[in-house]
Design a protein around this ligand. Structure first.
Ligand SMILES: Nc1nc2c(c(=O)[nH]1)N[C@H]1C(S)=C(S)[C@@H](COP(=O)(O)O)O[C@H]1N2
Ligand SMILES: [Mo]
Length: 380
């Protein structure tokens, strides 16, 4: 029975949020780290202020006049580079889609405690920098090298461990031509929140790999076992599961929600009409080959139209002509598939850290008069 004073049901929300008991700690993280508003999917290149942000500790203070990046470890010729030294090297610009591995976390039930992302912890930017491979070559990586460790200037405590934020890549991955040491985003110097003065960009990998505020790059002769590498960022379903490390982005499609939103629930109101639904799709494993669209919560699917890709490492635009002439309630979904056959599940794949949840996006749409009286009683 409907109880007028009951809290709104989980299905009230335009994005179908699993539960409403957000903790103060999650709220603190959520206000520091914002996602990309879904309407920004209309831009191939996300304007800088609309790109998502994830900052584990504090944005560090950097005196660029005294700044040096230290390259060392298992190399024959350690280097110290100023920002100007890096800028003087050959420059490359690549459009790269970045997505946080925790994207989709708050849709899991029970909700893993961390940054409570819904579906939009993503952005695409034109990153400018210099290939890391040539710097590693100049430093002379010695035989028997294992990993390349990227250490940030930012420090804090996580899981009881006092640490600088640091992540590694196996030498072979770090040496790929598209991996860059970056100092500009969309033609502008990196702003403080995106890693000024230097960050690494490892196209295709989930966000945690793209270390910001670089302090050092260290080649190791054994696997790196820092907190963010060996403890965090594993897909584990129980405490004694060793888990699989999180690496490249699983495929995902997102749509720009059509019509206009209800202020509180963000459910959408659409006038009965023909609609062109648009969105973007990406995968860090292989090129996207298909996006399917559903108006009935995933019961039936039709192929969307894919536009040409503009960068091997950026999302691809898709469109779908949706016949929304019949009034009623719809649940729109989009589902991406890459050429290796990786696709998106309909249901959330629960795991302890809430990583790699690439379940399909669900957008609630009411076709009819844009009037609050149209919201069905069971969802008020
Ligand atoms: N030094 C440092 N690098 C970092 C992080 C961090 O907290 N410190 N967060 C990582 C994570 S988890 C993500 S998702 C991306 C986010 O990059 P952005 O804020 O530029 O979008 O940065 C990564 N690089
Ligand atoms: Mo992240």
């Amino acid at each position: 029975m409907e109880n007028a004073s009951a809290p709104p049901s989980a299905r009230t929300a335009g994005t179908l949020i699993s539960s409403l008991d957000i903790t103060p700690e999650e709220l603190q993280l959520a206000v520091r780290n914002h996602s990309m508003p879904l309407e920004a999917l209309r831009y191939a290149i996300t304007p800088v202020g609309l790109h998502y942000l994830l900052i584990h500790f504090d944005i560090p203070s950097v005196d660029v006049a005294r700044y040096e990046l230290v390259i060392g470890g298992h190399v024959t010729k350690p280097l110290r580079l100023t920002l100007d030294d890096v800028k003087a090297r050959p420059a490359t610009t690549i459009a790269v889609t970045l997505e946080c591995a925790g994207n989709g976390r708050a849709l899991l039930q029970p909700r893993p405690m961390s940054q409570p992302w819904l579906s939009e912890a993503v952005g695409t930017a034109e990153w400018t920098g210099t290939p890391l491979a040539s710097i590693l070559e100049e430093a002379g990586v010695r035989a028997g090298a294992a990993d390349v460790v990227f250490t940030g200037l930012d420090r804090g405590v996580q899981g009881g461990v006092d640490q600088h934020y640091e992540r590694s890549l196996p030498l072979a991955d770090a040496s790929r031509g598209e991996v860059l040491l970056v100092y500009a985003i969309n033609g502008w110097p990196l702003p403080p929140q995106h890693g000024f003065p230097l960050r690494v960009i490892a196209p295709g990998w989930y966000g945690m790999t793209h270390v910001k505020w670089l302090r050092s790059i260290t080649v190791t002769d054994r696997p790196f076992e820092g907190y963010q590498q060996a403890t965090a960022y594993h897909y584990r379903t129980s405490g004694d599961d060793a888990g699989a490390p999180v690496t490249r982005m699983l495929p995902r499609a997102l749509m720009l929600p059509p019509g206009v939103p209800d202020f509180m629930t963000r459910a959408r109101f659409v006038e009965p009409s023909e609609q062109v639904i648009e969105g973007r799709a990406w995968s860090g494993h292989a090129p996207i080959v298909g996006v399917a669209f559903s108006e009935d919560g995933g019961e039936s699917w039709s192929q969307a139209r894919l536009e040409d890709s503009f960068s091997p490492f950026a999302w691809r635009r898709w469109t779908f002509r949706w016949d929304a002439r019949a009034p009623g309630e719809y649940e729109l979904c989009a589902r991406a598939t890459d050429v290796e056959g990786n696709t998106q599940p309909l249901d959330q794949a629960w795991n302890l850290e809430g990583v790699q949840n690439n379940a399909v996006q669900r957008v609630r749409v009411l076709v009819g008069r844009a009037d609050a009286t149209q919201v069905p009683a069971d969802s008020r």
